[in-house]
Ligand binder design. Structure first.
Ligand code: A3P
Ligand code: MG
Ligand code: MG
Length: 381
């Protein structure tokens, strides 16, 4: 199937005067007041084990252990002999979230207001946090485009990413150095995380990227009720730690900052991605490890998400949180006006490339369909 940027025929029911077939991503259009974004509420969580099996519980949660002031972390350690890498050629789409929804269906449905004519699940959009992160950063992205498949089923819109040709090529052509550096982030997690409340980190253990703990949160962006899931690195283990998601901590690594230019680039590019990823699920802080070119951590720093907008204030022509949120909100409204047919057999494929508008194509009974039969049947069709 081709992802060529030609525009599709309008969807049958969207050919009214108000229908539009493209959405602009120009930043200036989204410089408006910050939209309503309700405090995300954790409605559940799930775990994926060392073999990527799903469990409807928090067995994979890890506990944050404060690093020493002068850490001795070698991120290269274990890459050759203590690393089990997840097979990312297996496209899981929304499957784990759908499994969680089925396992918690009655809990979710009981939250739906009795008299409402709203969707069966009580939410407008179901997706991964990572897909929303890509939407938030789109007005500032100059390198990588995206493809998002959308299906309306029982009044809820499901959004699932499709790999682009360019991304597939990039993955194929990764250098050995790049592949090793992708391990470094997980190794950093191992130095800072313990398996239970009283344990210590085990840097001699195996790093297995199949394992994950995922939070499921509900929130509202403008008039869109969202349900999404995202991986959480660890939680605070203090006795006074707040309820989830406020107790969660995101771990990150980044190159050591030595020059004003490097600091500026960190603010302009890296903090945008870091902010978007953690702001969405309401994770309040990041613990960052700064590494030298040999993978040695030279220092760590806590970054509070609420302080990021202040940190970037001195950068000329910098990214703005309001642009990210308004674009995401308007993209979801755009998808709503385009996708009218409620059917697991229909996919609208939204496509975006840097410096272009968002456009879409329509596909019926195609290989883009991503709601599996067990989910459609489990929802009682
Ligand atoms: P860093 O965050 O330190 O870069 P996350 O930070 O989202 O919890 O992801 C954990 C690690 O997975 C990352 O550590 C990085 O090593 C790797 N990773 C995640 N997304 C990636 C991507 N798109 N490309 C390359 N590596 C990625
Ligand atoms: Mg993570
Ligand atoms: Mg992380």
């Amino acid at each position: 199937p081709s992802h060529s940027p030609h525009r599709a025929d309008p969807a049958p029911l969207s050919s009214s005067a108000s229908s539009c077939r493209a959405l602009s991503t120009r930043r200036q259009l989204y410089e408006k007041p910050f939209p309503v974004y309700k405090q995300p509420v954790e409605v559940g969580s799930f775990s994926l084990d060392s073999e990527r099996r799903f469990f409807n519980d928090a067995r994979q949660i890890r506990y944050f252990v404060e690093p020493p002031s002068r850490p001795d972390f070698n991120l290269r350690d274990g890459y050759k002999d203590r690393f089990v890498k997840r097979d990312d050629s297996i496209k899981e789409k929304l499957d784990h979230i759908l499994r969680w929804i089925l396992a918690n269906k009655s809990k979710l449905e009981s939250r739906v207001a009795a008299a409402s004519s709203s969707p069966a699940l009580g939410v407008d959009v179901v997706t991964w946090r990572g897909h929303l992160t890509k939407l938030l950063t789109t007005p500032y992205e100059t390198r990588e485009g995206w493809l998002l498949a959308a299906t309306l089923f029982r009044g809820t819109l499901y959004l699932s990413e499709v790999e682009t040709e360019a991304s597939r090529r990039d993955t194929e052509n990764r250098t050995e150095r790049h592949q090793e550096m992708m391990y470094w982030g997980y190794k950093f997690e191992q130095y800072l995380c313990a398996e239970d409340m009283k344990a210590s980190p085990d840097p001699g253990g195996v790093v297995n990227t199949n394992e994950a703990f995922c939070t499921v949160v509900q929130t509202k962006l403008a008039d869109h009720k969202l349900l999404f899931s995202g991986e959480v690195d660890c939680r605070d283990r203090g006795t006074k730690s707040p309820a989830a998601p406020a107790c969660y901590i995101e771990l990150k690594t980044s190159a050591e900052i030595c020059t004003p230019k490097q600091r500026s680039n960190f603010h302009r590019f890296k903090l945008l991605k870091w902010w978007a990823q953690s702001f969405l699920p309401g994770v309040p802080r990041i613990v960052a490890g700064f590494r030298d070119p040999d993978g040695l951590v030279v220092g760590t720093e806590t970054i509070h998400i609420s302080q990021i907008s202040h940190l970037i204030k001195n950068e000329y022509n910098c990214w703005k949180p309001t642009v990210c949120m308004n674009f995401c909100s308007e993209f979801l409204s755009f998808v709503r006006t385009v996708v009218r047919e409620d059917s697991p057999r229909v996919v609208h494929l939204f496509s975006w490339d840097p410096h272009q508008d968002v456009t879409y194509t329509v596909h019926r009974d195609s290989s883009y369909c991503f709601l599996p039969p067990w989910y459609v049947e489990g929802m009682g069709s």
